[in-house]
Design a protein. Structure first.
Length: 82
């Protein structure tokens, strides 16, 4: 069965002045100066990385399309840096 739920968390690096990602999506590494930029990058690349790195060729060939759509849990940071 295909893992359908993934999480992405943005953390603030005060020294580097960037948001960076923590995620269980293999290959997802984001650094962005604003949370809006972070979110935009995440929405653009995360679904493709899930398909590329978490779904086998056999699953791609046999799974129903709706089973290939990942759920990505994302919540904007609520601290003052966001």
């Amino acid at each position: 069965m295909i893992k359908r739920m993934f999480s992405v968390t943005a953390h603030w690096d005060d020294e580097g002045k960037v948001f960076y990602s923590e995620s269980d999506i293999m290959g997802l590494h984001i650094e962005a100066k604003t949370i809006d930029e972070f979110e935009s990058i995440m929405m653009e690349v995360a679904p493709g990385l899930v398909i590329a790195n978490h779904v086998s060729k056999a699953e791609l060939a046999t799974a129903a399309p709706e089973d290939l759509i990942p759920a990505i849990l994302w919540q904007r940071p609520t601290d003052k840096a966001a």
